[in-house]
Design a binder for this molecule. Structure first.
Ligand code: 13P
Length: 256
């Protein structure tokens, strides 16, 4: 049985001061919330402060991206080792905003996953189709390509520890979430492929979470689908109370 995994992706929101205030308040509110893995992903500048504020709590910290090299002449980039040293345990890789706005490809995602694992970070790998691709009934082909090329060369042991986030691009920041049935269908397809390419054990252990307009009022129906292991939450994770509600409702949906 996979423990539900709920992460907040803050994107380019929150200063260090805002991060520390949030994490202090949030850790107190979730200190007795068990049966769920909780992660927040602040911007790079606030990763260390977040990790310090979350120390000895049940809140894990993620970065939102990394470079695939350990160090080098890559102006503006941050490596996995640097992120790990700052206190994060997770890193988001291949978010659709990185893919569409910053030229991220399946090949770069692949290198970044390897770098994250080498640095001792758990990658949260984002995949998902655009609206046009769904309309053209290419969803499964797109997911297959992103999984095959993005996860190429990964061992089954590494795969077992990975978090795959299914984030349909048309549902991100639009207030238009996938229906629980659409999410379940995509998640079942993803897990089928993971089973085929990485074996039944790795596929069974790997988390497949959903992202795209997750809110307190739709988390229960999404997480009631056995295929949905958790959520990657954007906008609704920026507010402590709203994220707390998503975490507790998501956990409770799974316990029922
Ligand atoms: P929203 O929850 O704001 O739609 O963002 C989803 C997302 O991109 C999480 O990574």
């Amino acid at each position: 049985m996979r423990t539900p995994f709920i992460a907040g992706n803050w994107k380019m929101y929150k200063t260090v001061a805002e991060t520390v205030k949030y994490v202090k308040e949030f850790r107190a509110l979730v200190k007795d919330v068990d049966g769920v893995e909780i992660v927040v992903a602040p911007p790079f500048t606030a990763v260390r402060a977040a990790a310090e504020a979350a120390r000895n709590s049940n809140v894990g910290i993620a970065a939102q991206d990394l470079h695939w090299e350990r160090e080098g002449a890559f102006t503006g980039e941050v490596s996995g080792a640097m992120i790990r040293e700052a206190g994060a345990e997770y890193v988001i890789v291949g978010h659709s905003e990185r893919r569409t706005l910053f030229g991220e490809s399946d090949a770069s995602v692949n290198r970044k996953i390897a770098a994250a694992c080498a640095a001792g970070l758990c990658p949260i790998v984002c995949i998902g189709e655009t609206f046009d691709q769904r309309e053209r009934q290419e969803t499964f082909d797109v997911l297959d390509r992103q999984i095959k090329q993005g996860l190429d060369g990964l061992t089954s042991d590494r795969m077992a520890q990975l978090v795959v986030a299914y984030e349909p691009v048309w549902a991100i920041g639009t207030g238009r979430n996938a229906t629980p049935e659409q999410a379940a269908e995509a998640h079942a397809h993803i897990r089928r492929r993971l089973r085929q390419w990485f074996g039944p054990d790795a596929a069974e252990l790997c988390h497949v979470i959903y992202g795209g307009s997750v809110k307190p009022d739709n988390i229960t129906s999404l997480m009631s689908q056995p295929e949905v292991d958790g959520a990657l939450v954007g906008g609704a994770s920026l507010d402590v109370r709203s994220f707390l509600e998503i975490v507790t409702k998501g956990r409770d949906a799974r316990l029922r």
